[in-house]
Design a protein around this ligand. Structure first.
Ligand code: GLP
Length: 262
C-alpha cells in the first residue's frame, strides 16, 4: 500500500485528481470506478476544474459506481444516482450511456447484480477504483464480515452505518434505507488500482486498522493490503493513529519526481 499523507484535504484532492487525469490522458477510454459520500467530493471538484480549465476530456470514459441504496428512486436527492449527477456528471462531458450506477429499484436483484458484474467485465475491467471508507472500515457498502471474495449483491447496512449516514436524511436514522446494492470486495480487488480517500479524525481508527492491522473481514478495507496498487490519500487527522506515520511521509518525500504525481 502507498500512504500519501497531506497537510490538508485540498492537497490530497489535487494529487488524487492528477492521478486520475493522468490515467485519462494516457487512455481516453479509461474505465473508472466511482464512489459517493463526502470524501471524494473535493477530488470531483478538482476534476471538474480540470475539465473546464484544462480541457480534461471525459467523452470516452466509462464509469461504474460502487453502490446504491435499495428502494430509492433516481430522483431522490439522497440516491447515489442523484449525488453523482450533482457532484460530477452534470459538470463534465461524460456520455450518459457510459455511466453505470447500480439501480436500487431493479425488479430482479440477483439477475441485475450479475449483469452489473458482466458489464464491468465487458468494459475491460476497472482501471482506477475510487473508494471512501466507513468509520467501521467498510468499502463500498461491504460491512464488517462481508466475504473478502464477495461480488455485487444486496447487503444489509449496520446500525453504525445507518447512524453515520442519517446526517444526510435530516438526522433521522429511520429514513436511511436498510439495504443497498454494492460491488463486492472481490469486485473491488479486481480493479487495476484502488485509490482510497479519507479525511478527519473520525476515520483515524478505520485507517490505522486498514493499513497496520491484520487482514480481516472485520475491517473490509484491510484486504487492500493484498492489492498490488492501492493508494491511500489521507490528511493529518485521518493519519493520527498510524504507528509508522513518519515513515510513510519519509518514503513519499523521497520518491523520484517522475513518480510523484501520486
Ligand atoms: C457510505 C458509502 C461509502 C463511503 C462511506 C463514507 O457508506 N457507501 O462508499 O465510503 O459512506 O462516507 P463519507 O465519505 O461521507 O465519510
Amino acid at each position: 500500500m502507498e500512504i500519501i499523507i497531506s497537510p490538508d484535504q485540498k492537497q490530497s484532492n489535487i494529487t488524487a485528481a492528477r492521478l486520475i487525469a493522468r490515467q485519462i490522458k494516457e487512455n481516453p477510454q479509461s474505465v473508472l470506478g466511482m464512489a459517493t459520500g463526502s470524501s471524494p467530493i473535493g477530488m470531483y471538484q478538482e476534476l471538474i476544474r480540470m475539465h473546464k480549465e484544462e480541457e480534461l476530456d471525459f467523452s470516452q470514459v466509462t464509469t461504474f459506481n460502487l453502490d446504491e441504496y435499495v428502494g430509492l428512486p433516481k430522483t431522490h436527492d439522497q440516491s447515489y444516482y442523484y449525488f453523482m449527477q450533482e457532484k460530477l456528471f452534470n459538470h463534465i462531458n461524460i456520455a450518459p450511456a457510459n455511466v453505470h450506477i447500480p439501480d436500487g429499484m431493479a425488479a430482479d436483484m440477483p439477475a441485475y447484480c450479475a449483469e452489473y458484474e458482466a458489464k464491468i467485465k465487458q468494459a475491460g475491467g476497472i482501471d482506477i477504483q475510487v473508494l471512501g471508507i466507513g468509520s467501521d472500515g467498510h468499502i463500498g457498502f461491504n460491512e464488517p464480515t462481508s466475504s473478502l471474495a464477495s461480488r455485487t449483491r444486496i447487503k444489509t447496512l449496520t446500525k453504525q452505518t445507518l447512524e453515520d449516514n442519517s446526517r444526510f436524511f435530516d438526522g433521522d436514522e429511520s429514513l436511511v434505507p436498510r439495504h443497498c446494492i454494492t460491488m463486492g470486495i472481490g469486485t473491488i480487488m479486481e480493479a487495476r488500482m484502488n485509490l482510497l480517500l479519507a479525511f478527519g479524525e473520525g476515520k483515524a481508527k478505520a485507517i490505522a486498522d486498514t493499513i497496520e492491522g491484520p487482514i480481516t473481514s472485520m475491517v473490509p478495507a484491510s484486504i487492500l493490503q493484498h492489492h498490488e496498487q492501492a493508494k491511500v490519500f489521507i490528511d493529518e487527522d485521518a493519519a493520527s493513529n498510524l504507528k509508522l506515520k513518519d515513515y510513510y511521509k519519509w518514503v513519499y518525500s523521497g520518491k523520484p519526481g517522475w513518480q510523484k504525481d501520486a
